[in-house]
Write a protein that binds this ligand. Structure first.
Ligand code: PHE
Length: 341
């Protein structure tokens, strides 16, 4: 037996077969016949063990060379046959290169989150720093420290979600005021975006979970005029230069005085229409001067510091800005609706 001759013969045969092979299927069967587990070259390699040690080295080298040569010829022939098949499919018309490609739609942020970013940017531009607080809050931060009396209706089981151990799902972002003031001395200038939860039955203007943005500014000489100027500038940026604002007296336990901010109606400009229920005004947020009891709770000297706070519903602002009539549309995930923004 002469492995040298066998190797040379196998290589020669394989090369001839590969060169004249005309299909990818045939090419694969050639590969199996020579290089497969029971292929000619594989069997020859297995016989190496029986060869005299002196002859083994040169026979092994030859066999390896033959195997590598066959493998690389197989590969280049495969490329040729593939290209040929592609070209003939193309000219036979079985690949229609004029067919439009499949269009994948690219997702984007929900309009509520985009309006939230826009609002935060406006306040960042005025020197406020965004911070966050937890969604599961202590009842103390959510109510007591904010001067809610023990029997206040929003503490009712019917209005808030409670978690064992003195916790609740925050019903507003105001408890972040307590956290921020307890963690640092004045001055404080923060905005707090976040999800809030109330036990409301969903309707056109209510959801059980919704976003708010809280604002808090505390220093040694903050006045109601600063509050109004800040919110007027904010309203003009979001709703347009011509927007007018007014304060309407209101009540919140943690601010005194308290007010709601109205903007001139976006549809009628103030003349009175269906959107503003003929009043000419739209309510956008709650605000007021921080109550001295709140300063006392966080250890600030209520005789020295003053501050203002405000809180707004981001879905409501999104609806006003984009003329959306039902809050539920924002979260139904109907792409026909969401695509518009
Ligand atoms: N937390 C109030 C609410 O949820 C809004 C508010 C915040 C009012 C800050 C005054 C000051 O209705």
């Amino acid at each position: 037996m002469d492995l040298h001759d066998d190797a040379a013969g196998a290589k020669e045969h394989a090369c001839a077969e590969i060169a004249s092979c005309e299909s990818l299927e045939d090419l694969d069967s050639i590969r199996i016949r020579y290089l497969g587990r029971k292929g000619a070259l594989t069997l020859l390699l297995r016989k190496l063990g029986q060869v005299d040690p002196e002859a083994r080295k040169s026979a092994g080298k030859l066999l390896n060379e033959a195997r590598d040569a066959i493998a690389s010829l197989l590969e280049s022939r495969k490329q040729e046959l593939r290209e040929r098949k592609y070209a003939s499919d193309l000219s036979a018309g079985s690949i229609d290169v004029t067919l439009p490609g499949r269009i994948f739609s690219i997702g984007k942020l929900n309009p509520v989150l985009r309006v939230m970013d826009e609002i935060l940017q406006i306040f960042v531009g005025m020197g406020f720093t965004p911070v966050e607080g937890p969604e599961i809050e202590t009842e103390y931060n959510n109510f007591d420290a904010l001067n809610f009396p023990p029997g206040h209706p929003s503490r009712d089981e019917h209005d808030s979600f409670y978690v064992d151990g003195g916790f609740c799902l925050r019903t507003h972002t105001s408890p972040a005021q307590i956290r921020v003031m307890k963690s640092q001395p004045p001055p404080v200038r923060v905005v707090v975006p976040g999800l809030c939860h109330r036990r409301d039955t969903p309707d056109a203007s209510h959801l059980m979970s919704f976003y708010q943005i809280e604002g808090l500014y505390v220093d040694y000489d903050v006045s109601l005029a600063h509050l109004k100027g800040t919110l007027a500038a904010f309203a003009r940026e979001v709703f347009g230069e011509e927007t007018r604002v007014r304060f309407r007296p209101h009540y919140f336990p943690f601010t005194e005085p308290s007010a709601e901010l109205d903007i001139s109606c976006l549809v009628c400009g103030g003349k009175g229409c269906r959107l503003c229920k003929r009043t000419g005004w739209l309510e956008v947020l709650g605000a007021g001067m921080v109550h001295p009891n709140v300063f006392r709770q966080v250890g600030y000297d209520e005789r020295k510091v003053t501050g203002f706070a405000f809180g707004m519903g981001v879905e409501r602002l999104t609806m006003l800005k984009h003329g959306i009539g039902d809050i539920r549309l924002l979260y139904e995930n109907d792409s026909r609706f969401l695509k518009q923004f």
